[in-house]
Design a protein around this ligand. Sequence first.
Ligand code: ATP
Ligand code: MG
Length: 346
Amino acid sequence: MLLELAGARRVVFVGGKGGVGKTAVASATALAQARAGRRVLVVSTDPAHNLGHLWERTVGDRITPLARGLRSGSGEPGALDGIEVDPVATTEAHLAAVGGTIRRLMPEHLAGEVDKHMQLARDSPGAHESAVLERIAELVDLGLREYDLVVFDTAPSGHTARLMALPEIMSAWTEGLLRRRGRSERFGAALRGLEDRDAAEAVVGTQRLPEPAEERDAQIRRILLRRRERFESLRTVLVDEQSCAFVIVLAAERLPVLETVELHRQLAGAGVQVGALVVNKRSPSDAGRLLADRRALEDAHLTTLRQSLPGIPLLQVPLLPGDIVGEQALDRFGTALADASDQGVG
Ligand SMILES: Nc1ncnc2c1ncn2[C@@H]1O[C@H](COP(=O)(O)OP(=O)(O)OP(=O)(O)O)[C@@H](O)[C@H]1O
Ligand SMILES: [Mg+2]
């Protein structure tokens, strides 16, 4: 069921609490899709990456081949690439680009102020989030151009739900800035004569001509527009049920069930469709009393989950022997996922 869901989408987000099996679900789904002949990119946005551990290789913050020459029954062979987004490097690169632009647009004597401001921005709340969001937007964009499917292996719950709502917030914020610039440009035009005189003085003082005010305003407007466009197109993809779905992975325990209901509520609020719930590491009923009792308890929690979120496919994956490491293990996990039809609880 999950494979059909992913097969019909271009972008799939996999989320849930720490250690529930997000990376395993994301990688196994991506691998199965690549085996079906699609070009797939799996992106880890969790600062505590474990994509590399699962694939037994160094991945890091650049696109790395994970599997090649995967034969499908007919047609093109599929391919699987991976990338682990480094939030610190992403924030640094983002601020360096923003700082460079501001420095170029401001008179030189303000360069020290700009640097001080950028230093503050580095540690301000939301700096990492918005930088990572820009990377997600870029990778979705790249994915839609160069891949058939992008699977995001996301950071544990709260953070991700906020990230999903952020494109709308950022877009509104950029819109506000644009409107304010519109007003200040009109105001600026009235003061232009004065500003030109300041500029002429600046040439004498610093031997450098700042860009004319009109050109500067136009550039800032262009940058803001590009940013708004990027967030809007990400948002368009996120809320489009035909091309994007969110998969929540969880354990059949009390708190994870409550948190899943809450995560679903937040995602629905942001307009993002939850395509499936994957209940991972289900205890067996035929391996001793302890595990049989656990399974009965899990069943009770899953009944609550079903009642709270009716209508969302619920897949159950058994607790498997051994770790999920390497392509073969991921194939086995993929088979378990494929077998996990949307059976009732029990
Ligand atoms: N069905 C399963 N049966 C047995 N082991 C499993 C199963 N699913 C996942 N695991 C194991 O559980 C551990 C956590 O899985 P995984 O790394 O996919 O979780 P995660 O949600 O990505 O964790 P994190 O939040 O730390 O990134 C791994 O050691 C994995 O091998
Ligand atoms: Mg992980």
